[in-house]
Design a protein around this ligand. Sequence first.
Ligand code: B1M
Length: 211
Amino acid sequence: MADFRAIADALKAGNAPKVKEMVEAALAEGVNPEDILNKALIVGMSEIGELFKNNEIYVPEVLIAARAMYAGLNILKPLLAERDVKPMGKVVIGTVKGDLHDIGKNLVAMMLEGAGFEVTDLGIDVAPEKFVDAAKAAGPGCIVAMSALLTTTMPAMKDTIEALKAAGIRDQVKVMVGGAPVTQKFADEIGADGYAPDAASAADLAKTFVA
Ligand code: B1M
């Protein structure tokens, strides 16, 4: 009988080989891949998010846990695609134009993926038009997630929202922003739909957009 709790705990301990082994064993037993995703990987990753949010663990532990999550997720992905299991929602994420910082953005992308979202990571130095093209490709209802670490690149978030408006798709997407210099006040000023101070809160916020 698959032990979802044990898989979640191995993920939290960052034990990628163990996660891989237990996911494979669960599949061999005939356990539904969706159950492994929802009851083991997402549970473990969301507990990691809480610990990180409460400063009980730090970036290295999150990265190690995320690596263990991917060890399981990479096995499940093709099976979930075959079964046409719908993701929680779609997110296009990137660090805005002019900005090369990606450690925080990568953590946010990992937490979103760990929460069951299909994430398209556009990388760093992402121009507004590139966000627009990716949002069009992801389709209505997707989330556009932008990260900025420099005060000088924060205006690119507003530029991207303006580009979404100019493309006629602003009302079809949700926009969330974050990064060390970004605040709720700034998010409100530029007309974003939401702001999150950390990666775990970003996943929580994204869930509210698709609820
Ligand atoms: Co740069 N850098 N940097 N840097 N760098 C800062 C940001 C800085 C505060 C350092 C300082 O002066 N004290 C400063 C910015 C000052 C300002 O604008 N106010 C700065 C500067 C000035 C620069 C350069 C201009 C330096 C130079 O060349 N003169 C240059 C700019 C390059 C460019 O982007 N065009 C530069 C370059 C670099 C490196 C390339 C060397 C490197 C980046 C490597 C990389 O990312 N691959 C780097 C680094 C590492 C930093 C610091 C040291 C660390 C940033 C980081 O990764 N933090 C940083 C100083 C600091 O913060 N102590 C600094 C860890 C990460 C987990 O946190 O990214 O905040 P963070 O992400 C958090 C939250 O903010 C949130 O969740 C994450 C996890 O909880 N979050 C979101 C992030 N995105 C989100 C999106 C969301 C929601 C939440 O929704 C979509």
